[in-house]
Ligand binder design. Structure first.
Ligand code: NAD
Length: 487
């Protein structure tokens, strides 16, 4: 990025933050600037503490209830439109704050919010017969507590809002501290627009400076009836221990298997892997994280990846990068475990290559390296555009390696083959929430494939790609008598 661009982005962040600090809503006389975005009573959904945010959101929920389905639809229309209109600005703000991934993909994710499901997905189920009429309806939970990752702060928040408000809920976010300022900016602006259009206040709230304490406070708040967790293993474990119902969109480590199949177009395979695994510098939880190539496809895949712009590292270069991006901790008893060096999560390929003294064009989207199946880059969810490629003896062997590497997260897996029986075999063996055949991972979320998108894929608790229904309670109402008009 040029110096000019960096300065421009910093100016945008500074300007927005200073506006939030100084200006009250509605163009009234400016309050004195404070060091924080909000005031103690909360301003446009941004709160100092989770308890106050939960109380305010309860008020937002009650106001939304009075406006019915039309009110929900209006809020969703506003949120979707604002994501599209502000994609460039919010994308830049998030990129500047988190310093991970790729700016163009941060912007693309915000444009993707238009494909999140809204109220149209909530269809009641009716039964009618001799004994009367019974309806089953999707009812709201009230206030949802939502935890969002640093990898997609504003996109996850925006997608959650669409799903959760469609279901009739209000929401309080406890974002990742590394992406909390951009989240606060979006919440502030969403609330301003929602209030102007509907009069509803604090339907969407966030904690300005989130922490483990604010997470605990949010989970314990009596107004919070449901949790939605999007993140790694630690936060999923923590949420499961709260005793509250938690929808957990947990970690993944998705393998992509390439079959030894003459009919495959290996250039297409390589392009798909680079698109999916390179998206936002491999920050997507669904992104291809390791390539397992069966038989002769190994060489063909490797050559095609190089032809399509990936840079192959040698063993020495890979080792140098490994030493820098993983911290191997001794767990005692002959066991060790790897801890990711967060400074390299979502880093550009050129930055990773530079660790090994290798200069690559900044436009390079993907580094690849030949490894064994037990390599740390295969085992760990690295979230970097450096994909290990492992040679498998045959397709069955590739499935075995893929399954081991996925660690039973039941998250995502991809396969490239023209053999339908093998597709089915792998799909059954992997048992993942998302399984993409002959496309990049993003095709599983409607980008190049059919279907809707969500940035919270409830893998751990099994609800799958979240929809408005995920955030509802099912309620039945039975009217007893001979009531149907058929007679
Ligand atoms: P992270 O686990 O470090 O943080 C996620 C959220 O949890 C943040 O808000 C963080 O502040 C909070 N958190 C972390 N540890 C916590 C604890 N012990 N108690 C309470 N809160 C805690 O993850 P990240 O780096 O922000 O995001 C990447 C991870 O999220 C990856 O593992 C990725 O696979 C996963 N993810 C999953 C999905 C999905 O839909 N399944 C989507 C995006 C990201």
């Amino acid at each position: 990025m040029s110096q000019l661009n960096e300065e421009a982005i910093r100016a945008v962040v500074a300007e927005v933050l200073s506006t939030l600090q100084a200006a009250p809503a509605g163009g009234a006389k400016a309050a004195p600037a404070t060091p924080s975005i909000r005031t103690s009573s909360g301003r446009h959904g941004v709160f100092e503490d989770a308890g106050s945010a939960a109380k305010a959101a309860q008020g937002g929920f009650e106001q939304l209830k009075k406006q019915g389905f039309a009110g929900r639809a209006k809020v969703i229309e506003i949120v979707k439109q604002m994501c599209a209109d502000n994609a460039d600005r919010w994308g830049k703000i998030e990129f500047e704050e988190t310093k991970i991934g790729r700016l163009d993909h941060k912007i693309a994710k915000l444009h993707g919010i238009k494909n999140v499901l809204g109220t149209e997905f909530l269809t009641p189920f009716g039964m009618s017969g001799d004994a009367g009429i019974t309806m089953e309806e999707c009812a709201p939970w009230g206030v949802v507590g939502s935890i969002t990752p640093v990898t997609h702060s504003v996109p996850t928040m925006s997608g959650n809002i669409v799903n959760m408000v469609a279901a009739g809920n209000a929401v309080v976010f406890n974002p990742h501290p590394g992406g909390a300022a951009c989240a606060a900016i979006a919440v502030h602006e969403f609330n301003q627009a929602i209030k102007a259009a509907t009069g509803i206040e604090n339907l969407i709230c966030t904690v300005e400076k989130p922490s483990l304490d604010s997470f605990n406070e949010l989970c314990a708040a009596e107004e919070v009836n449901l949790l939605c967790i999007t993140g790694g293993p630690a936060v999923v474990d923590a949420a499961m221990k709260t005793g509250k119902r938690a929808i957990c969109a947990g970690p993944g480590n998705p393998p992509v298997v390439v079959d030894d199949c003459h009919a495959l177009d290996f250039d297409k395979v390589a392009k798909d892997i680079i698109l999916g695994g390179g998206f936002d510098n491999n920050l997507l939880c669904i992104g291809e994280k390791q390539i397992i190539a069966a038989g002769d496809s190994y060489r063909k895949t490797l050559d095609a990846l190089k032809r399509n712009g990936a840079v192959l590292l040698n063993r020495n270069q890979l080792e140098k990068i490994k030493q820098e991006v993983f911290d191997i901790k001794d767990g005692g008893g002959g066991c060790s475990h790897a801890v990711l060096n967060r400074a390299y999560v979502g880093a550009d390929a050129a930055k990773l290559a530079a660790i090994a003294g290798l200069k690559v064009d900044p436009k390079v989207e993907m580094l690849i390296a030949e490894t064994e199946e037990d390599d740390i880059f295969v085992e760990e969810e690295q979230m970097m555009p450096l994909l290990p490629i492992v040679r498998a003896g045959c397709f069955d062997d590739a499935i075995r390696i893929a399954k081991d590497s996925e660690h039973n997260y039941k998250h995502s897996a991809m396969v490239h083959t023209m053999n339908v029986a093998r597709m089915t075999k792998m799909g059954q063996a992997m048992d993942t929430t998302l399984f993409v055949k002959n496309g990049p991972c993003v095709a599983g979320l409607g980008m190049g494939g059919e279907g809707y998108i969500s940035f919270s894929i409830a893998t751990t608790t099994g609800e799958g790609i979240t929809t408005p229904k995920t955030f509802t309670r099912f309620r039945r109402c039975a009217l007893v008598d001979q009531l149907n008009i058929i007679g």
